[in-house]
Design a protein around this ligand. Structure first.
Ligand SMILES: [Zn+2]
Length: 360
């Protein structure tokens, strides 16, 4: 079967749009004039979301940024007939604007790898973390979340009412913190009193923390602190520091999704503690958020102190292992105590619903 038509092609190396001809044969042959630019295996072609009247295709390998834009209906139909897996694994990629942003991020990351070679890791981790393409952060978040579930044998709590309250609370906190990253927050069932922010906006609240918190402000303070880690890309930064150049080169060269380096790197996210400076910044973020919402950050300190005292659980994986509590931290939270000027962040009913998200 052969079909040709004029289409636009982005090769993923730069953001130039090339007019190409596409032949549907035993591979998808992409040509400019007489030059073959790419041959896409039919089984690897994926359809991406796009505007009406246009079809956008990518390769299955998420790290590949090459895109094909087709408006000709005959060609779309031919591709539909020839490519068996068009609809598989389509959740993560969106508009061209996002694609370009990913592309920009990849170029920034490539530049950073060069800088890394020249200047060394810790300095570059700071600069690089915010520029890692959202799609890659999303993937890393997914892999680490999976490992978290496996390691703790902690299932996700799925009560829809509790989830609705949790989402509502997170939206208020994120707005007050001017956070722009997309967030996905889940409660998981485990006795450990902890919360965790992973790359790609993935936040986990452990049911042990819901049990330990006595008021919405106590819990909100912890969640705002986790959002502080998201805002500063602390988990990406830690990942870059701990995994080094191998992972970065993998990202650039495309050997990324599902690779063993990412699995190893992601596991380093789950139970390493943050630096004192990162903790301080996340606390300052939480203080700013709570203050803007007309609430006090002090209950957050109260909760931390309570967890410290009643700690009959293993220190590893507790809130304090990931986020070491120091006298300075408590003093800082207490010093910013203010009289509340707004109603509680959750009604009594919502608070009870949220605490019951994992089944009481
Ligand atoms: Zn922390």
């Amino acid at each position: 079967m052969s079909q040709q038509s004029q289409v636009d092609f982005f090769d993923g190396q730069d953001n130039r749009r090339r007019a190409v001809t596409v032949h549907v044969r035993d591979t998808l042959i992409i040509e400019a004039g007489d030059t073959v630019l790419a041959r896409w295996p039919l089984a690897d072609v994926r359809l991406m979301p796009s505007a009406d009247g246009m079809a956008r295709y990518r390769l299955a390998e998420l790290a590949s940024l090459a895109r094909l834009e087709v408006t000709d209906e005959w060609l779309m139909a031919a591709i539909r007939r020839a490519c068996p897996n068009l609809g598989r694994g389509n959740g993560a990629v969106a508009s061209r604007r996002q694609t370009l942003r990913i592309l920009g991020g990849a170029l920034a990351a490539a530049a950073s790898v060069l800088a890394l070679v020249l200047y060394g890791l810790p300095l570059i981790a700071d600069r690089l973390a915010p520029h890692i393409p959202p799609l890659i952060q999303h993937e890393i978040g997914e892999v680490s979340a999976k490992q978290l579930h496996e390691r703790l044998k902690a299932p996700t709590c799925t009560d829809p009412h509790g989830q609705a309250v949790l989402d509502k609370l997170m939206v208020s906190l994120a707005r007050a913190g001017h956070l722009t990253q997309p967030l996905r927050t889940r409660a998981i069932r485990t006795k450990l009193a902890n919360a965790l922010a992973l790359p790609g906006g993935r936040v986990f609240v452990f049911s042990g923390l819901l049990d330990a918190a006595q008021t919405p402000d106590e819990l909100a303070g912890v969640l705002a602190h986790e959002l502080g880690h998201e805002a500063h890309y602390d988990s990406m930064r830690r990942l870059v520091e701990s995994s080094g150049t191998g992972l970065l080169l993998g990202m650039i060269l495309g050997d990324f999704t599902g690779s063993t380096s990412i699995a190893a790197a992601a596991s380093s996210l789950i139970n390493a503690s943050y630096s004192r400076a990162a903790e301080q910044r996340a606390d300052d973020f939480a203080i700013a958020v709570m203050t803007r919402l007309g609430r006090s950050p002090k209950p957050f300190g109260t909760l931390l102190a309570r967890i410290t005292k009643g700690q009959d659980i293993p220190a590893a994986m507790s809130l304090l292992a990931d986020h070491p509590l120091t006298a300075d931290r408590l003093a800082n939270l207490t010093a910013h105590d203010t009289p509340t000027t707004a109603p509680p962040l959750l009604s009594t009913q919502d608070w009870l619903t949220l605490r019951g998200i994992c089944g009481g």
